[in-house]
Design a protein around this ligand. Structure first.
Ligand SMILES: [Zn+2]
Length: 731
């Protein structure tokens, strides 16, 4: 081992990581410069070098500040500002932010900034290290591993989550797209097309565009950074809502909305126009089919055709197919399948409805539940079963996951809109016409279509050797298979699947949030808070408006960021105190209080250690990357305003990692029913373990209790690979 490698590994250990043997060997062959680069990457991911000082020094001891202090300070500043009393005539201190703090109010020696307006004056550049009680092992990844990972991400049969999309974009910037890549998901294709068009490889990009909607989706992605087509009106409305707030400094909605409106104006240069004209002209589908495909987004297309000057191109010789498509589109010379389906439905023609749906299995899947209620459960399911094998496995899995709660009239459902907002939706009105037994039969029928189809798919896979065995890690039965739960959080320094349960080793769990890195000093108010829910259904919040409560302490409300290094908030939870007060759950949340979307450069997570975790009395710093159990970065293009990022089960001493966005000003409007519904949904979904059991059964493999001599071993580490679980769904 070279001294540089040994030093690097020792430093990793101080930050909570160990290395396996192959990585240790590889590090010995790295140059000091390469190790330096690697160290920078680790520091960056963990936020080392940023300001981790909160508002209050030694915040484990409450400052005793109360409403009277805030009122007295507000009053003093008002009479000074209005010239009623001279500043010099009063006893107190004037802070750099201009606020006068009267002598008998806040204990200023306890603060790093202004207790009145939350502006920090004192920043730090250190963190603690080496207090963690468990090391997270790092493994060696070679070029071949990364190229394989890229291939798996490209071929992943489910939409990529934020971390996977982030990884794919990084990989695309380094490696060539392998010939074996079969991009299955539209959202993934958009990332690839952007990389290709930026490199001027328009013709290759064209191979990933099959319909006008694909092209529109790409144009919209270029414009908005979003992988789904969200209508301009919806985007504008959403921007208006998230920027509206009831604070005193006035609403920024009008400004933000106007900014987005300007941004959404369509302006394209010659090259971009010609590229799209070529793409449309090169489509293999008929003009009639293309026009029908364009119909659902007719308004957007009319604007696009104008902005891209497609009319001009269609009059030129080589653009004959484009001319035909535009002509059909403008003359409305097509009927839509949707229109014909609606007509049959209105006429009560059940046979035609079901036959038409069979022509389009994807639409059948989306309309399955409602069609079962309208046209009869058994006959609809029979018709659906005939086309089930033609559908992607992820769609069947989504149906199986949704069935149980959908057919339950008492249960409201959680639905996520395209802008990432969660809604609780009432159940279908027709449900009440059916008995509990009938409803159960229907949901069970949906689940068995999924399991039957998966068995057939697994059975078709290359047969394993005779007497083959399979090991499934018991933890995998707690991890739901992720299908399109679009996430906003990027995991740079930890790696876990939603639904993972983390055991708590010590008595304390410390939540942290750091934001504003790389931004200039300005007001930027983000809040870290938590809601403690008791066995009796009551709850208590630990938040900026209540810094201490039973079992929880908050480090103070910061409402402005210092220059470039960001700022931090913490909450310390004591499991002993929580248990004594009868707390059942604690939900961890973070919010943007005044600035529309959650800011970029926000990191949030929690720490835990069997050992005591230090907290600086001098400046309040309480961050130690070696104790971090889970940390995420919020993606830049996230539209949501707040996020529930974990739930602590007090008696079980476990933290469930989840991600539930909500749009609300503060924790007050967090609906605990929503949290419980989401927890329940996590446990009701098809788990990775269940999916593997189906595979074992279909392929005649015997399950064994240890991984050592199993033919196929599925461990938690296996499931962490970005697309390992996805490959099961390509069957
Ligand atoms: Zn101030």
């Amino acid at each position: 081992m070279t001294p540089a490698a040994a030093a690097f590994i020792a430093r990793l250990a101080q930050n909570g990581f160990s290395v396996d043997e192959s990585l240790a060997h590889a590090l010995s062959q790295a140059t000091p410069h390469e190790l330096e680069v690697a160290a920078t990457v680790v520091d960056e991911a963990l936020g080392i070098g940023l300001n981790w000082a909160p508002l209050v020094r030694g915040w484990n001891v409450p400052t005793g500040e109360d409403l009277a202090d805030h009122l007295a300070t507000a009053f003093a500043n008002i009479i000074i500002d209005h010239g009623i009393v001279a500043r010099e005539a009063m006893e107190g201190t004037t802070l750099p932010c201009g606020h006068f703090i009267p002598a008998d109010t806040f204990h200023l020696e306890r603060y790093n900034g202004c207790p009145f307006c939350g502006t920090p004056f004192h920043t730090t550049d250190y963190v603690f290290s080496g207090q963690g009680s468990r090391l997270k092992e790092l493994h060696l990844a070679t070029d071949a591993d990364l190229e394989l990972e890229m291939l798996q991400l490209l071929n992943n049969p489910t939409p990529l989550d934020a971390t996977q999309a982030d990884s794919l974009l990084l990989l695309l910037s380094v490696y060539h797209i392998p010939a074996e890549a079969r991009v299955l998901m539209k959202e993934t294709a958009m990332l690839v097309i952007r990389t290709l068009t930026e490199a001027g490889r328009d013709a290759e990009a064209a191979q990933l565009l099959h319909t006008p909607t694909d092209i529109l989706r790409y144009l919209w992605y270029e414009k908005t950074g979003r992988l789904q087509i969200i209508r301009p009106k919806t985007l504008l409305q959403h921007t208006f809502l998230v920027n509206m707030h009831h604070g005193v400094s006035g609403s920024t909605s009008a400004v933000a909305t106007e900014f987005l409106r300007q941004h959404l104006l369509l302006r394209y240069d010659r090259h971009a126009c010609r590229r799209v004209a070529l793409w449309l002209n090169g489509l293999t589908m008929s003009a009639r089919a293309a026009a029908e495909d364009m119909n659902p987004h007719r308004g957007m297309w009319v604007r696009m055709i104008h902005a891209l000057r497609l009319g001009e191109y269609s009059r030129r010789k080589p653009f004959g197919h484009l001319a035909e498509i535009l002509d059909t589109f403008y003359r409305h010379d097509y009927t839509t399948w949707q229109g014909r389906l609606a007509a049959a439905r209105d006429a009560g023609d059940r046979d035609t409805v079901v036959r038409m749906l069979q022509e389009r299995p994807g639409s059948f899947a989306r309309n399955l539940f409602a069609t079962m209620l309208r046209c009869g459960g058994e006959s609809t399911l029979q018709a659906f079963a005939q086309v089930a094998d033609a559908l992607p496995a992820r769609l069947l899995l989504s149906l199986a996951n949704a069935a149980e709660s959908w057919f339950e009239p008492e249960r409201s459902r959680l639905a996520r809109t395209v802008t990432g907002k969660m809604h609780r939706m009432d159940s279908h009105v027709l449900l009440r016409a059916f008995s509990a037994a009938q409803r159960h039969e229907m949901s069970a029928g949906v689940v068995s279509i999924f399991t039957d189809s998966m068995r057939r798919r697994f059975a078709k896979m290359p047969p394993p050797a005779e007497h083959a065995t399979m090991y499934i890690d018991p933890q995998l039965f707690n991890i739901p298979v992720s299908v399109g739960d679009r996430s906003a959080a990027i995991q740079d320094a930890s790696c876990a699947l939603q639904g993972t349960r983390f055991g708590v080793a010590g008595d304390a769990v410390r939540l942290f949030m750091q934001w504003g890195k790389g931004l200039h000093a300005q007001p930027l108010d983000m809040d870290l808070s938590c809601r403690i829910i008791y066995d009796d259904g009551n709850y208590e919040d630990c938040a900026y408006y209540q810094l201490t409560c039973r079992g929880a302490k908050h480090s103070g409300d910061i409402r402005s960021i210092p220059e470039l290094v960001g700022t931090a908030e913490y909450i310390e939870l004591s499991l002993t105190e929580l248990a004594e007060s009868g707390a059942r759950y604690v939900a961890f949340t973070c919010n943007a209080y005044s600035r529309g979307d959650i800011t970029p450069n926000l990191m949030v997570g929690w720490m835990d250690s069997a050992f005591e975790m230090r907290l600086s009395e001098a400046d309040g710093v309480a961050y130690d990357p070696s104790c971090v159990q889970h940390i995420v970065r919020i993606a830049e293009n996230n539209l949501t305003k707040g996020l529930v990022f974990g739930v602590l089960d007090v008696a079980g001493r476990e933290i469930v990692w989840l991600e539930m966005p909500f749009t609300s000003q503060n924790i007050e409007s967090l609906d605990i029913k929503s949290v419980e519904a989401l927890l329940r949904r996590l446990t009701e979904k098809v788990s990775v373990g269940q999916l593997l059991s189906m595979k074992a059964e279909a392929q005649g493999m015997t399950l064994v209790a240890t991984s050592a001599d199993a033919t196929e071993a599925y461990t938690y580490e296996w499931a962490l690979a970005p697309s390992a679980v996805g490959t099961l769904l390509t069957a």
